[in-house]
Design a binder for this molecule. Sequence first.
Ligand code: SDX
Length: 428
Amino acid sequence: MAKTVTLTYEGKTYELPLIEGSAGEKAIDITALRKTTGLITFDPGFMSTGSCKSNITFLNGEKGILLYRGYPIEQIAEKSSFIETAYLLIYGELPTREQLDYFEYHIIHHSMVHESIKNFYDGFPNNPHPMAVCSAVVGSLATFYQNEISVRDEREIEITIHRLMAKLPTIAAYSYRKSVGRPLPYPDNSLGYAANFLKMKFALPCEEYQIDEDAAKVLDVLLILHADHEQNCSTSTARIVGSSMSNLFASISAAIYALWGPLHGGANQAVIEMLQEIQDNGGDVNKYVAKAKDANDPFRLMGFGHRVYKNFDPRSRIIKKLAHKILDKPGNKEPLLELALQLEEIAIKDDYFIEKKLYPNVDFYSGLIYKALNIPINMFPVMFAMGRLPGWIAQWKELQEDEDFKISRPRQIYTGAEKRDYVPLESR
Ligand code: SDX
């Protein structure tokens, strides 16, 4: 007997189906609500609304659990690589050696961009924010491959996935190189994904570039930790754009813009700016905790709080360990780390943060590591986007393959003017 939830409205009783996920989450299926009751639901920000069923990522916000296709993030971060994790998220299973080699080969061999794309970078004003550049250039890829971007052709979807995974690091590295007036280099197919990005970003044409294997490994782990996070703002954006059957390049371009916001992926940049401000103003973290608690002060502790996690974000625990591994090395001392640790110590003991269940999220420590890797602060959200790319792709692909595929078109509650007649200009 299918489980239901009873709704009583205007003297009538309705039985709404109750659906249950594989991890025991329960939802009221309201797909027929308006048709049967005339009612819609109201849920700004989708605090209590599920947009889809998904097999990709599972979060338990109360327990601080994150699984990629069932595998705990802690194990994936320790044992996998970013390319293998991307394959797992996109195709659903850990790849065999042959599958991994095929996937990696095609990503390596699509890493160059069309030579004319380099001209785009001359067209931007001086020092443009790299998130705007990356979104614009990724969106333009739809013009270079416009005859092979069908959202229903398996082979065209596969090659678009390879092109996006391969070209985003090149596009991102170029956005930095242009801002510092350096030539735009070619990828190095002999290098791994993270090392290739670091070389494209930092190598100088006049000298041999030494790959810092530690830095490449840390970056690879950071990319893994950012790879997917169920129906977050930017992923939902990719799904909504894809729901009109718009191509994957367009959907990822939109997702990059959504991620840019300081409440979302832009928070890693905002955290460092906040820590720098605290340091520049004497290092009094208590003053800033008080500001964050003051309902009349719009200031928020960036890097704290989460829509889903009401416990520690499991990613922030891993990133915090990584930060210590990097910053505890001689010569890597970072005063902002001290401030971050003080802030965390105070905030997690403070009643306001305890009551509102505000813990450090993925963005709280990640910026400190990017800073230690000499990545400029406005590139931090770009690093998040590079990590989140396979998650966006996986979720978009799952949508296209969904037997319940529909265009996303929410309803609303109208609160505007009643019907009225037009008033001629001379009578206003
Ligand atoms: C990411 O969704 C994802 O999965 C996102 C992400 C991913 O991997 O994709 O995890 C990545 O975006 C992490 C979040 C990065 N953003 C920040 O660090 C910005 C600072 N945090 C917030 O602005 C906030 O916590 C959000 C946006 C993350 C979550 O906001 P919600 O779920 O809408 O919660 P809310 O804003 O309603 O806050 C609940 C209460 C409010 O107080 P009341 O109105 O109930 O009195 O907590 C307060 C807020 O004022 N609050 C904070 C706070 N965050 C929330 N108070 C002080 N400092 C903060 N950081």
